[in-house]
Design a protein around this ligand. Structure first.
Ligand SMILES: NC(=O)c1ccc[n+]([C@@H]2O[C@H](COP(=O)([O-])OP(=O)(O)OC[C@H]3O[C@@H](n4cnc5c(N)ncnc54)[C@H](O)[C@@H]3O)[C@@H](O)[C@H]2O)c1
Ligand SMILES: [Zn+2]
Length: 512
């Protein structure tokens, strides 16, 4: 997981809020001014007085570079817990600082009005304010720096509120990299601007589905300041992922004369992000895409990892690996989802915990459907990003993401269960097989699933049909029937399994 960098004017609350955010995320906290003082052996005031502002800026830039290089994202990976860093008001004046911060984490601008800044600054010793009319000076400074804060930050947070509110909003912001291919930005709303910086962009085609229309309108509002944008609505759910819909979409893109430097933006659940991603992968042999997932499943799973595609007679049979340059996850949209969509997405969210993050599983065991959304999304995205980064084209390790999916896919197709529910049954079955092979305690999987109200058994299943569907899946993988098993929570192993193992899984979930 990347860092959280706080930028903003002096006295906007970066140090206080940063301290709170680091406590909430249980990550280290650094204040760049304090680091400069430690390194220089004197106070910021003395550095300004004795050595001048440019000497201070050099020291500040060196500390920011050091923190960026030391951070997990510094080398382009996504692992680690990141840190929270509060920077000085002028850190954004140097483009290299901005580049280092944006490359290694989410940059959040604490925006407070001059009146609030002036009230807080009174009585403090600030080198830049010595002997000047503070409110006037601050107003002029904010005018000058506003475009720089806007340009540097992924998120703007209103800092003219109680510290606890500001800290809560700041704490949920994150940037997680998928190798050097994609960045996933998680925040209270959409990132601002929505599109990554690039030159020569003329227009964006925004693709959405009926259920995501309110979110798509917010995207259109945001894009208005960035580029020309056209909204294209496609049919709901799997109807979006048909050859017919894709053909219609290509026709619209041709009418728009969408060019190589333009962008396809997918706003919706996994069906839309799969379709939009595939359109982007194939239009003019590949153009940039940005995804705005609006379901929990889309946010923690479908929009991450670069798999795109449509259905032809079977699910996802036509597709391409194509990484979106940015995924913007707005927690406001996810928090407003109907309960059934949250529950379904929670199945894939807790799955990420089973394969790689026991602490994530604990959130569901403790709180069931009242789980902390921001933390769960951040942790699940970090798991998927890390797994994908280690295996971009699904040569090996990425298979652990299929935990619960071997039997789950059979149950989904045979019983018409929603994907998340079928995967939940599949995970319960895989837990039983894991118990048999490794002495794993199946309760570790069953308890959080039950707390979420997800099914762990299925009555009246057509056993023969499920078996047929599973062996059809098997034919596609030369290696034969494989399952992801758990030696412990966070310790998965992908194994060849035989008929006996399948029997154990079936009986555990009531398929008999
Ligand atoms: N590419 C991948 O790696 C990957 C991974 C997992 C799943 N998928 C794909 O994702 C799809 C399933 O994703 P899904 O469950 O998000 O389905 P979906 O896109 O079909 O959306 C489900 C429903 O939610 C509605 N909806 C969307 N946003 C909403 C919102 N904010 N509020 C209310 N309703 C909203 C939609 O209109 C739809 O009716 C499948 O096609 C699956 O193959 C892809
Ligand atoms: Zn799945």
């Amino acid at each position: 997981m990347g860092n959280l960098w706080l930028v903003g004017m002096m006295c906007s609350g970066k140090t206080t809020v940063g301290g709170r955010a680091s406590e909430a995320r249980a990550t280290p906290f650094f204040d760049v001014d304090r680091l400069v003082e430690l390194r220089a052996g004197k106070s910021v005031v003395d550095i300004f007085r004795q050595d001048g502002e440019s000497a201070f800026r050099r020291l500040e830039a060196a500390e920011i570079r050091r923190l960026a290089d030391d951070s997990p994202g510094g080398g382009g990976s996504s692992g680690g817990g990141g840190m929270v860093v509060s920077t000085g008001g002028g850190a954004v004046l140097d483009d290299r600082n901005v580049e280092a911060m944006r490359r290694t984490g989410a940059v959040v601008w604490l925006d407070a009005p001059v009146s609030a800044l002036a009230a807080r600054v009174a009585g403090e010793e600030r080198p830049l304010l010595a002997g000047v009319d503070a409110p006037r000076f601050l107003a002029e400074m904010l005018d000058r720096r506003r475009p720089m804060y806007e340009g540097a930050a992924h998120y703007r947070v209103d800092a003219d509120r109680p510290v606890s509110e500001v800290a809560a909003e700041v704490s949920c912001c994150a940037r997680i990299a998928v190798g050097g291919a994609s960045e996933i930005l998680i925040g209270p709303g959409l990132t601002s601007p929505l599109l990554p910086r690039s030159s020569g962009r003329e227009q964006a085609a925004v693709i959405t589905q009926p259920g995501a229309m309110p979110a798509a309108r917010r995207v259109m509002d945001r894009l208005r300041a960035e580029t020309d944008a056209v909204l294209i609505e496609v049919p709901d759910r799997e109807e979006a992922k048909t050859v017919g819909t894709l053909g219609m979409l290509y026709t619209r893109l041709a009418e728009l004369n969408l060019g190589r430097h333009d962008t396809i933006v997918g706003v919706g659940g996994g069906a839309v992000t799969d379709l939009a991603g595939f359109a982007a992968a194939t239009w003019l042999r590949g153009i940039e895409s940005v995804l705005v997932p609006t379901t929990l499943l889309g946010a923690v799973d479908a929009s991450i990892g670069g798999k795109t595609g449509i259905n032809v007679s079977g699910k996802n049979l036509v597709g391409a690996f194509w990484h979106p340059s940015r995924v913007s996850v707005g927690l406001d949209t996810l928090a407003a989802l109907p309960e059934d969509l949250i529950r379904e997405g929670a199945a894939e969210t807790v799955k990420a915990g089973f394969i790689a993050d026991p602490g994530l599983v604990e959130l569901f065991t403790a709180d069931g459907m009242s789980f902390p959304l921001a933390e769960a999304v951040r942790r699940a995205v970090a798991v998927k990003a890390e797994v994908v980064s280690s295996d971009f084209r699904e040569a090996g390790r990425r298979a652990v993401l299929n935990f619960g999916h071997t039997i789950g896919h059979g149950v989904e197709a045979a019983c018409g269960l929603a994907h998340g529910h079928a995967v939940s049954v599949g995970m319960a079955a895989a837990a039983a097989v894991s118990a048999d092979r490794y002495g794993f305690d199946p309760g570790e999987v069953l308890l959080p699933l039950e707390r979420l109200g997800l099914p762990t058994r299925i009555e009246q299943a057509d056993r023969a049909e499920i078996r047929r569907l599973i062996s059809r899946d098997k034919k596609r993988t030369a290696a034969g029937l494989r399952m992801v098993l758990l030696r412990g929570v966070g310790d998965p192993v992908v194994e060849q399994v035989d008929e006996d193992a399948l029997e154990i899984g079936f009986s555990a979930v009531g398929v008999c």
